[in-house]
Design a protein around this ligand. Structure first.
Ligand code: NAD
Length: 262
């Protein structure tokens, strides 16, 4: 139904979490998925997907990645710009006892480097090939916090606001070349690689609660009454990269159980 058989789809950050589930959904739909991640070895296969090691913040690494994919498969039908990092930080640590959880140059630069520069470099490298083909799709992974903001995640949220803005501009630049650019914005997702103990401790500190209290009673804030499943994002992305979504571009689709409305 999706018509993804043999479509070449790059998934950055595809080695874990949401990206890994996007990959398995694409492979099940018959696509030639390519996992692009720091934590893989070029040439290995994971879940039926070819892997290319790449640091998305490094332009030479990203260009080499796109060349490798084109050499192997001859084209790039879609890019899922999913690699991202989140480091919970306060603008000002009012209590002053955990300076490591205050936003500083290093954490700011790291988040903007992966979440914004990485998205830009991968989009540019893949769009060059898509323009030659006269067709392509770029799906950027945003977050509900990009639209809504989030306590303790101001810089992360700002990076996702930038992703949404890139999405709207690139859709305008590339639409006439038959390249669709769009984004999706997950809300609260079940456990992912991001949700390590260290992450939970930092997020809890920035919100003034205990780590074990972070996820109490989601039903109060999520109309569907539960956190999202990674497969649900996989299904959405598979649809968005397919020709079934051929008239969707320049927008960010919420997948948050009804929580975000913007
Ligand atoms: P994750 O930590 O499980 O996976 C991220 C992957 O990106 C990892 O495999 C990591 O190795 C890779 N990566 C990180 N930096 C990289 C770099 N410089 N170059 C190449 N690869 C790199 O994360 P996740 O929770 O699956 O999140 C995936 C995306 O979804 C991110 O953009 C995140 O902001 C977004 N998101 C996640 C949630 C959530 O609840 N998990 C919610 C909304 C949006």
């Amino acid at each position: 139904w999706l018509g993804l058989t043999d479509k070449v789809v790059i998934v950055t950050g595809g080695a874990s979490g949401i990206g890994r589930h996007v990959v398995t959904t694409l492979v099940a739909a018959g696509a030639k998925a390519v996992i692009v991640d720091m934590n893989v070895t070029t040439g290995e296969m994971l879940d039926g997907a070819y892997c290319v090691q790449c640091n998305v913040t490094d332009s030479a690494s990203v260009r080499a990645m796109a060349d490798t994919v084109v050499q192997k498969y001859g084209r790039i039908d879609a890019l899922v710009n999913n690699a991202g990092i989140n480091m919970p930080r306060l603008l000002v640590d009012v209590q002053g006892d955990r300076p490591e959880y205050e936003l500083n140059d290093d954490s700011f630069n790291k988040m903007f480097s992966v979440n914004v520069k990485g998205v830009f470099l991968c989009a540019q490298a893949c769009a060059r090939q898509m323009l030659k083909q006269g067709k392509g799709v770029i799906v950027n992974m945003s977050s509900e916090s990009g639209k809504e903001g989030s306590q303790g995640q101001s810089a992360y949220s700002a990076t996702k606001g930038a992703v949404d803005s890139f999405t709207r501009s690139w859709a305008k630049e590339l639409g006439k070349y038959n390249v669709r650019v769009l984004a999706c914005a997950p809300g609260i997702m079940e456990a992912t690689g991001l949700r390590t103990d260290a992450y939970n401790e930092a997020l809890a500190y920035t919100r003034g609660c205990k780590p074990e209290d972070l996820s109490t009673d989601y039903s109060k804030v999520i109309p569907l009454g539960r956190d999202g499943k990674l497969d649900e994002v996989g299904d959405l992305v598979a649809y968005l990269v397919s020709d079934r979504a051929s008239y969707i571009a320049g927008t960010t689709i919420n997948i948050s159980g009804g929580k975000s409305r913007g």
